[in-house]
Write a protein that binds this ligand. Structure first.
Ligand SMILES: [Zn+2]
Length: 417
């Protein structure tokens, strides 16, 4: 059994070298001295103006001084479609927090808009009614606005691919916050793909007996495929008989007991739905499908492939569980075969298998009327597809274990320094 293999990357260095004022601000923020930070911003308003308007800068200095971030988070939420988003304050990816009053370490966040993404997001938003018609499930973005930005500077352990505003900020008054933003880090997604997924694609996967199109696609094409996929992914979280954010029967309340299934639902639905979009070319559709499945099979599955005494062999993470489900569902009906440590995917069969799977799944979800029943549905799926009576005792199938052993020298995690 292999251990974590981590590659350290210095993602922000190039940007900081070319943007001296941000490099200086970054150094000042790292010292975490409130007065020095607000003085620095005050003295460099003109130079910082490229990244944030005057009001934003004024609100940041005030927030830093008072440890009260409501006004600046509100302003941040209103700067939709800005080329840059600059924020200084406490950030916590793991909590949905508002007013704690505590003094947390301050962080600099600088995001740069991915220019071509908006057209794609808008096209998908305008087509939601048709997707609903064609899939036969309720479809909606809820009240979420999905945007794509590059993380130029900011806290990131290598795992976080989005910042949900206001939730990941701290010390604001939730009652006074207008708007929510789902800001997806397109460059982090791409780096993860490049270092964790792409290295395995050459040798370890075939689509309809051929090598993956991802091998010859350029960076821009792959980023576009991510934008299409992740927009659908986020939309489907708010869709179906039981959207993730409904309050009465809450998948969120079940936490990791449902997260793997929920991620599987949205990605398999996205895989089917991409074919329904008339404004996406055939070759882009194919690229999106190959991207989704390679990310899940070759990256997600390997994330948990290290010893975890507490949880048995499969790590209890939604990412890892989802990867194992993709294997199990497709392998059962031979949409996927592992031959000499190479994954062979029959795309047409995979389509049929996933459509059947989703039909059954959505039917089951329609009948769920309590969180207890939702948990039962999740247990049934673990039992049905992974042969697990206890989700903590889930094991990899022998063929998957062999495959994973054969690729155990590849990097499993990245981190940014
Ligand atoms: Zn998700």
């Amino acid at each position: 059994m292999s251990e974590k293999i981590i590659r350290s990357l210095s993602l922000f260095e190039n940007f900081l070298e070319e943007n001296d004022i941000i490099r200086q601000l970054h150094e000042v923020v790292k010292k975490n001295h409130k007065q020095e930070i607000s003085e620095f911003i005050d003295n460099n308003k003109l130079a910082l103006n490229r990244y944030a308007d005057e009001e934003s800068l004024r609100l940041i200095t005030k927030a830093v001084e008072d440890n009260e971030y409501t006004a600046v988070v509100n302003k941040f939420n209103k700067c939709v479609d800005s080329d840059y988003l600059l924020y200084v304050g406490p950030i916590n990816y793991f909590s949905v927090s508002d007013k704690t009053g505590e003094e947390h370490e301050l962080k600099l966040l600088l995001l740069e808009r991915e220019r071509d993404a908006k057209t794609i997001v808008d096209e998908i938003e305008n087509y939601v009614g048709k997707i609903q018609e064609k899939l036969g499930i309720p479809c909606s973005f809820g009240n979420r606005y999905v945007e794509f930005y590059n993380l130029n500077v900011g806290p990131n352990s290598g795992n976080e691919i989005a910042i949900f505003s206001p939730f990941y900020f701290e010390n604001y008054d939730a009652k006074c916050i207008e708007g929510k933003r789902s800001l997806m880090y397109i460059n982090i997604m791409y780096e993860r793909f490049k270092h964790l997924t792409l290295p395995l694609i050459q040798e370890n996967v075939r689509f309809n007996t051929k090598k993956s199109l991802l091998l010859t696609a350029g960076q821009e094409q792959i980023k576009k495929a991510f934008i299409i996929w992740i927009t659908l992914h986020e939309m489907f979280h708010s869709s179906g008989p039981l959207p993730l954010f409904t309050k009465n029967i809450s998948k969120l309340n079940l936490g990791l007991d449902y997260a793997g299934i929920e991620e599987l639902r949205v990605d398999t639905t996205a895989w089917i739905a991409v074919d329904l979009l008339p404004f996406i070319s055939l070759s882009d559709k194919r690229l999106v499908k190959e991207l989704i499945i390679c990310e899940r099979l070759l990256r997600s599955t390997r994330r948990g492939y290290w010893k975890d005494k507490k949880y048995g062999i499969i790590k209890n993470s939604s990412d890892n569980q989802q990867g194992v489900f993709w294997f199990a569902i497709l392998q059962e009906k031979e949409g996927l075969n592992i031959i000499n440590n190479q994954i062979h995917i029959d795309l047409l069969k995979a389509d049929d298998i996933l459509k059947d799977f989703l039909n059954d799944y959505y039917k089951s979800e329609t009948f769920v009327s309590s969180e207890k029943e939702l948990l039962e549905l999740s247990n049934q799926m673990f039992n049905r597809y992974l042969g697990a009576t206890d989700r903590m005792e889930v094991q990899f199938s022998p063929s998957l274990r062999n495959f994973l052993e054969s690729v155990s020298n590849y990097t499993t995690h990245i981190k940014f320094i």
